[in-house]
Design a protein around this ligand. Structure first.
Ligand code: GLU
Length: 336
C-alpha cells in the first residue's frame, strides 16, 4: 500500500529505506542545486532514510577536475551529511558492463552507428520530437535482426567494439507511476524518446543505465531530484524491468529554480555558486534561510540552520511551480 510520498509501507518494516545525493561534478553547486539537495537530505532525515553520496562522473568531457571535492565540501558546509560514500561511478565499470551483458543476451539492446543527428534527418514530422528537445529514435531505425541475442564486450573485439554506441530497444508501452510531488504520471518512453543510448561510443555507460544499475545495487528506494528528469524516470522504469531489478524506487521530482527570465538557473543569471557566496562571507544559515523561504517553510527570508530546515520541510508546502531567483535574493544573501 502506498502512503505519503508513495512509500511502500508494507515493505518498509524490514527494508532499509535509502536515498542518494547524486551530484554530477561538472561544476560547483549553484543555489538551485543546493535547494534540491537540501530537500532530498531533509526528507531523508525526517523519514530515517539512509543517504548514499554518489558522484556521477561518467559524462567525460563535462567533468571538471576538483569539482567533486568542492561539491562535497559545499554540502557539508550547508550542514548535510550522508551514511555511505562517496561512491564514484568511474571507479568501477564492471557492474554496468554486467547489466549490458544482460540486455545484450536478451536481445534488448543493440549496437548502432546511427547517431541522433542522422535519426533527426530520418524524421520529418515535427511531432516526432521527443522530450526536452531531444529527438525520438524510432524503432524503424533499428538494424535488421536487432532482437537477436548478442555478446556485449566493453572494448575490443566483437559487436561491442569501442566506438559504437548501444541503444535500448524501448518497448512501446506506457509507464504509469505516482510521483511523490508531481503526482500521477503516464509516460510512454517509446513515444517520447524512442531507443535511447545505454552505452556510449566513448566506451562508458550512459546516464540512464548507470543510474539504474547504481540505484538498484545501492538499495535506493527513494529518488528526489529536479523535474527536468521526470521524463527520464520512465526510461529508468523500463530498464528496471528489462534488467529484472525488481520494483523501481519511489520518485519525487521537484521543480527547478529559474532566473527572472524563466530559464533554468545558470551563469547568465550571475554567479549563484554556493561556494562563491561562502567565500565572500555569506553564512550557511543565510543560504539555507533563502532556500527555506523558497520551499514554503517560512513566509519571508530569514536565517535557518540545516536541522531546523529538515524539521520544517513539508512536501505539501513546496510551491507547485518553479522558484524564481531574483536580484533581491542575491542582495539579501550579501547583506552581511
Ligand atoms: N547526476 C544528476 C544531476 O546532477 C542527477 C541524476 C539523478 O538524480 O538521477 O543532474
Amino acid at each position: 500500500m502506498l502512503g505519503r510520498l508513495g512509500v511502500r509501507e508494507a515493505e518498509g518494516g524490514n527494508r532499509v529505506l535509502t536515498t542518494r545525493l547524486a551530484p554530477s561534478p561538472t561544476g560547483a553547486l549553484h543555489l538551485g542545486n543546493a535547494r534540491t539537495f537540501l530537500i532530498n537530505w531533509a526528507l531523508a532525515r525526517q523519514n530515517g532514510w539512509r543517504v548514499v553520496l554518489r558522484v556521477e562522473d561518467l559524462d567525460g568531457p563535462r567533468i571538471k577536475p576538483g569539482a567533486a571535492a568542492g561539491i562535497e565540501r559545499t554540502l557539508r558546509w550547508l550542514g548535510m551529511d550522508w551514511d555511505a560514500g562517496p561512491v564514484v561511478q568511474s571507479a568501477d565499470l564492471t557492474p554496468y558492463e554486467g547489466a549490458m551483458q544482460t540486455l545484450a543476451r536478451a536481445g534488448r539492446a543493440y549496437p548502432t552507428e546511427i547517431t541522433r543527428g542522422e535519426a533527426d534527418d530520418a524524421l520529418s514530422a515535427p511531432q516526432e520530437g521527443g522530450a526536452g528537445g531531444e529527438k525520438r529514435f524510432p524503432a524503424s531505425l533499428r538494424p535488421a535482426g536487432w532482437g537477436a541475442a548478442r555478446v556485449f564486450t566493453a572494448a575490443g573485439a566483437g559487436a561491442g567494439a569501442a566506438g559504437v554506441a548501444w541503444r535500448f530497444a524501448t518497448p512501446d508501452v506506457p509507464v504509469e507511476f505516482v510521483d511523490g510531488f508531481a503526482g500521477q504520471q503516464c509516460i510512454n518512453p517509446a513515444q517520447t524518446i524512442g531507443d535511447f543510448v545505454v552505452w556510449t561510443k566513448r566506451g562508458v555507460p550512459a546516464y540512464q543505465l548507470a543510474v539504474v544499475v547504481d540505484d538498484a545495487r545501492q538499495g535506493v528506494t527513494h529518488v528526489v531530484r529536479g523535474d527536468d528528469l521526470l521524463d527520464s524516470a520512465a526510461r529508468q522504469w523500463v530498464l528496471y524491468e528489462a534488467l529484472g531489478l525488481g520494483a523501481p524506487p519511489v520518485y519525487v521530482h521537484v521543480p527547478l529554480v529559474v532566473g527572472s527570465d524563466g530559464r533554468r538557473l545558470a551563469k547568465r543569471h550571475g554567479d549563484t555558486r554556493v561556494d562563491v557566496y561562502r567565500d565572500s562571507g555569506v553564512p550557511a544559515e543565510r543560504v539555507i534561510g533563502l532556500v527555506a523561504w523558497w520551499c514554503g517553510i517560512t513566509t519571508s527570508r530569514g536565517v535557518m540552520n540545516a536541522i531546523d530546515f529538515a524539521a520544517g520541510l513539508r512536501v505539501d508546502g513546496l510551491p507547485r511551480g518553479v522558484v524564481v531567483f531574483t536580484q533581491e535574493d542575491d542582495q539579501w544573501l550579501r547583506e552581511v
